[in-house]
Design a protein around this ligand. Structure first.
Ligand SMILES: [Zn+2]
Length: 227
């Protein structure tokens, strides 16, 4: 049970997206925003490298900054659902999970005019109710291949090092011409508080984005990561 709940590639609780369909495709994703103190800078950085990404947003932050949500979408990124309050849903009842997903679902729909099609569970925890509820809202669950732990990074160097596997695996996979691609999970906000400092995440991306591009990786949203 614990394995199925937290292992990123486990399919125990329904079909989950946990990698892209080509070793050349890199899907960079951000959780726990929108965050006015970082997300605008992040959008500028992504623009500079023509890197469309995916943002899994927290409902209560969406309501605080609807303009920023519009901006994320207007710049070509995909917006996904990361629940209303970022509770750990693993032990929650189906009715509570329903509320957590639906509040954010309608918040996004109200602002962007279209409902989100992608869902990332808080802490990566999944259970059967969650899979069913996501399916009912026509959302696919998105996990990751790499979770470098940017929220606890002591320095940019540490984080840059933790993101090294993307380049190493890509080189290997592109050479062999087979395999799947990476989904990277980073954070532009914090579920504990609004306005969290994520400058180290920015710094690590400034380091890696040009290098990933030079390796021949293509930046894709989750929408273009899988067929
Ligand atoms: Zn989160």
């Amino acid at each position: 049970m614990a394995y199925g709940a937290t292992n990123a590639s486990s399919q125990l609780f329904g079909r989950t997206i946990y990698r892209t369909d080509s070793p050349r495709k890199l899907a960079v994703t951000f959780d726990d925003g929108p965050n006015p103190s970082i997300t605008p800078k992040l959008l500028d950085l992504l623009d500079r490298y023509h890197a469309p990404a995916t943002f899994f947003l927290i409902g209560r932050y969406i309501r605080e900054c609807p303009e920023l949500v519009r901006e994320i979408s207007a710049r070509g990124h995909v917006v996904g659902n990361h629940t209303e309050s970022h509770r750990n849903l693993f032990w929650r009842r189906a009715s509570e999970i329903r509320i957590e997903l639906r509040l954010t679902h309608s918040a996004i729909k109200n602002i962007l005019g279209a409902p989100p099609k992608w869902f990332r569970p808080p802490f990566g925890f999944r259970n059967p109710w969650l899979a069913g509820e996501a399916r009912e809202l026509d959302m696919r669950v998105v996990m990751w291949t790499l979770l470098p732990g940017d929220w606890k990074a002591p320095s940019a160097e540490w984080l840059i090092q933790r993101m090294q596997p993307i380049a190493l695996r890509a080189q290997r996979a592109i050479q062999s011409g087979s395999g799947a691609g990476e989904i990277l999970c980073l954070h532009d906000g914090s579920h504990h508080e609004q306005g969290a400092d994520r400058n180290l995440t920015l710094a690590a991306l400034e380091h890696w984005l040009p290098r990933w591009r030079d390796l021949g990786l293509e930046f894709v949203t989750i929408e273009n990561a899988v067929r």
